[in-house]
Design a protein around this ligand. Structure first.
Ligand SMILES: O=c1ccn([C@@H]2O[C@H](COP(=O)(O)O)[C@@H](O)[C@H]2O)c(=O)[nH]1
Length: 467
């Protein structure tokens, strides 16, 4: 194994470790700056870094099929590791291409292969997580990462909470000790770095999503909760649990609950729906922190929808957080639903069905425009739309899009599917709604993970391009 002490000294001697006053990306002022990019100008040092990273993986008995360096600094490290070991590498694009194959991960790989992420140094672990999410969105399995330096500021814990085990060559304290012992720095300098680290022990993973709107900006309490859940769980995934048996729905909830922000049901398609089903769903939603969406698509006169929303066997507004309606009956449908929601005493958000995913549907742009106007007039109840694209530029009304699968296509009854990258990145949706792509998969949990990663990667990418 490459001698840690000699590697640290080589890094210092080529100027990769600097002491002084530096403002970090986070805005924090640091007495130390580590810039491992300079190693590309010193091939023996670059090779020593790669050798050390490979040795760390070997010592940890980490099994993997492909390597992926976090762009850009760790790309040469991963390349040299790959060339030395013969293990193939994949490359994550930081910006997705608007032409060609539009792939966010380049190289030859197959879904289900195990990938190890290679990084230069870790602070909060956020950069590793961004790469992990992009790789998972392509179906790769990532549960390990290797980095040269652990700044010992919470990255390892942040990563393990998200299922990624971090292996590192050395920590900040090791590095300072070596530099003092070799008289490269004064002990007072090391002391000031230690004090800085003591004051910055835990750097949280920043919420990179500066989406079109955030929880604090949302006026409606249900929209606020939805966005807070989205950011906390890093998930803009709504699962359509279109199953006929209540026990199957509950089983699915337990499997995918931690990965989703909304569970959508069609209560009227559940053969054995009872009041207990509603209570069990409510308890699961509270336990796993997701919202419940009843996709009843109300479309009648105001008086009738009051009864449909609050009565019958389903008593929808007694348990659902989100409901939806067609605009076709005019504003009476919204007024009726407002009355039902107010009488329930619960906060419920309404989504207007402004567009549909089915082939040949009769909705045209004039109808969609009128739904938009209806929503703007009912901001006390309406939080957004079921639609296939972003409808208003203020960004205040959210868009949830059904008809989503990992590959574009359709079914035999006119459903049309687009990919998460397309509906979020190109069409401007905020949330994806996925049914059969998840509950119809052999492993719904693994499928939900792939959709969560794909939806989140598309959202964060779209948000960074919008900034
Ligand atoms: O335009 C619409 C409106 C609603 N849906 C609903 O979404 C899910 C989609 O399920 P998949 O299995 O992913 O096709 C389903 O519950 C529909 O009722 C929609 O598809 N299109």
């Amino acid at each position: 194994m490459e001698d840690t002490e000699s590697l640290i000294l080589q890094l210092f001697d080529v100027g990769a470790v600097k002491f002084g006053r530096f403002t970090l990306k986070s805005g924090i002022e640091s007495p130390l700056y580590v810039d491992l990019r300079v190693t590309v100008s010193h091939p023996p040092v670059l090779e020593a870094v790669a050798r050390r990273l490979s040795a760390v993986l070997e010592a940890a008995q980490c099994e993997y099929d492909v390597l992926c360096g976090v762009p850009y600094t760790a790309l040469p490290f991963a390349t040299v590791m790959s060339v030395r070991s013969g293990k193939p590498m994949v490359m994550r694009r930081k910006e997705s291409k608007a032409y060609g194959l539009k792939r966010s991960v380049e190289g030859a790989y197959a879904a289900g292969q195990r990938c190890v992420v290679v990084e230069d140094l870790v602070t909060s672990g956020a950069s590793i997580l961004e790469t992990v999410e992009a790789l998972q969105a392509e179906g790769l399995q990532v549960d390990g990462a290797v980095a040269l330096l652990d700044r010992q500021q919470g990255g390892s814990v942040n990563l393990s909470q998200r299922g990624v085990r971090l292996h590192t060559a050395f920590g900040m304290e090791d590095m300072l000790r070596v530099l003092v012992r070799a008289s490269r720095i004064e002990s007072t300098v090391a002391q000031s770095v230690m004090e800085f680290m003591g004051a910055n022990r835990t750097v949280p993973v920043p919420v990179t999503v500066r989406c079109r709107w955030g929880a604090a900006a949302a006026a409606h309490p249900v929209a606020q909760r939805l966005l807070a859940i989205r950011d906390a769980k890093r998930s803009n995934l709504c699962v359509a649990a279109d199953l006929c048996d209540a026990a199957d729905i509950m089983r699915l909830c337990e499997q995918i609950g931690p990965l989703i922000c909304v569970l959508k049901v069609h209560a009227d398609t559940v053969d054995n729906w009872t009041a207990e089903t509603a209570s069990a769903l409510r308890a699961a939603a509270d336990r796993h922190n997701f919202l419940l969406f009843e996709d009843r698509k109300f479309a009648d006169i105001g008086h009738t929808v009051v009864c449909q929303a609050s009565g019958g066997v389903h008593r929808i507004v007694a348990w659902a957080d989100l409901i939806n309606a067609h605009g076709i009956p005019g504003r009476g449908v919204v007024d009726g639903l407002r009355q039902a929601c107010q009488a329930s005493g619960r906060a419920v958000g309404l989504l207007l069905v402004a567009q549909m995913s089915s082939k040949g549907n009769l909705i045209d742009s004039a109808y969609t425009e009128r739904c938009l106007a209806m929503a703007r007039e009912a901001r006390d109840l309406c939080i957004g739309f079921i639609a296939q694209e972003r409808l208003d530029d203020t960004g205040e009304l959210l868009v949830m899009t059904p008809g989503v699968q990992l590959a574009a296509g359709g079914d035999a009854l006119g459903q049309q599917y687009n990919t998460p990258a397309d509906v979020i990145g190109c069409r401007g949706a905020d949330f994806i709604i996925v049914g059969r792509g998840i509950y119809g998969a052999t492993d719904p949990c693994q499928a939900a993970r792939a959709y969560q990663a794909a939806g989140w990667a598309a959202l964060t990418d779209a948000s960074s391009r919008a900034r």
